[in-house]
Design a protein around this ligand. Sequence first.
Ligand code: NAG
Ligand code: NAG
Length: 482
Amino acid sequence: MHFRSLLISAGLLAAAAFTNAAPTKVARQSGVPKIVVAHHIVGLTASFTIDDWKSDIQLAQANGIDGFALNVGNDPFTSTQTDLAFQAAEQLNSGFKLFFSFDMSSLPCTTADGGATLRSLTNQFASRTPQLTVDGKAFVSTFAGESCTFGAADVPTGWRTQFTQHPDTVGKVHFVPSFFIDPATFNTFTGVLDGAFNFNSGWPLAISEANAAQTVPDADLTAATFSAQGETELQKFIGAFDPDTSFINGLAGVQGSAQTYMAAAAPWFFTHFGADTFNKNFVFDGDEHLWVSRWETLVANRDKVNLVEICTWNDFGESHYIGPQHGDLPPGSDAWVDGFDHSGFLSLTNFFATQFKTGTAPAISQDQLVLWARPHPKNATPNDPVGPPKDFQLFQDKMWAVVLATADGSLTLSSTDSDAQTFPITAGVNKLSLPIQPNGSLHGVLTRNGQTVIDLQAGNFTFNPNPSAFNYNAFTVHATSQ
Ligand SMILES: *[C@@H]1O[C@H](CO)[C@@H](O)[C@H](O)[C@H]1NC(C)=O
Ligand SMILES: *[C@@H]1O[C@H](CO)[C@@H](O)[C@H](O)[C@H]1NC(C)=O
């Protein structure tokens, strides 16, 4: 369990590598815990009380999540809210872990002062009980940071001199940032990268409307749904391990690195801010059961992945939250978040997180059904000045269904009175889908031996052919058998 001396020598090897051309490489860390954490945007917690933090921690932990990566930016409440999060975890005393994910798109990093801020925050919490550690060192991650020089001549020198090898923090941090760079250049970050976090690996970024003719040639992107061949082509990208492989290979080139690899898993992505606000209007394709497909990939490759970071717990503005709607929303995002519950995604997390951590699928003691869909046809044309989000064409007009089944059975899906289809269900994980009709809703009925086990309807959800604005967020519902 404790390999402190190995870690210290890893640091020395990293330092030695600056002057010694001989390749030095340490074995992959055995002290890195195999855990699942979730990205928590502290910037949306200005109004949190300690009880808000406790309820988030308890809900996350009840769903197989072992910690929060605290995404902190340049907010006046960063230190006070981080302290409340740590107090909440300390009071619960349930083993929940916390660590910083410094948001370098917000924190200043063009001068040495920026490094001082990171060191000060790190050291303020490093010895608190909930701090995630690797062999006694504080685990520290980032969002971005690939352009930070901290006043040095280049980025690697900046991170090295102002953070990982600075006298305040040297030997005290295990640094696993998410730099958005070509992993082939990781080898220039000797003495910086103990590992890497692949933030974008949760989504199929390799496919876009622009390259669809090459990547998914049989998917007619103008159509509401695609041919079976087009879907098969999509499935090669959705949840795929290729982005992980390039990171893992890149880390292998970093002399002296522990090569800790943290992968991402995400349920969805849609953001819709106009040029007058954040000017972000795009989707990543979450179809083909991305949330489950990605987990299945991570389970299949679990020997190559140290940690999984769920993206995210509460990033409402980008629609990839799995936590409940509380705290603040980025201004304007209530238009696509209000009423769009993602607890269906959360409800699937424990099963896959447990399987990732242990290598064994947990026993399914109750049947579970989750349904989700977007709220309007992909080709709807609302009078929305922001315009349609980039790459919306990749989506299909479908409802997506997942059944965790205790035994074999049947699932009947329908969106209207006249489009029901019945699918065989086998014990374990089942992924189904059905085209969703304009004005349709979500309805799934799980039966076994002639008995209804689950009858799940999405209440007031309507697939509205005439929406007043673009909304490509997902609406989820879920139910378990009694
Ligand atoms: C459905 O109804 C609930 C409760 O009245 C409401 O909060 C939610 O916004 C509605 N959802 C949609 C998609 O209209
Ligand atoms: C959807 O419902 C609206 C309102 O009831 C109706 O006017 C419209 O014709 C329906 N569209 C379809 C495609 O069924």
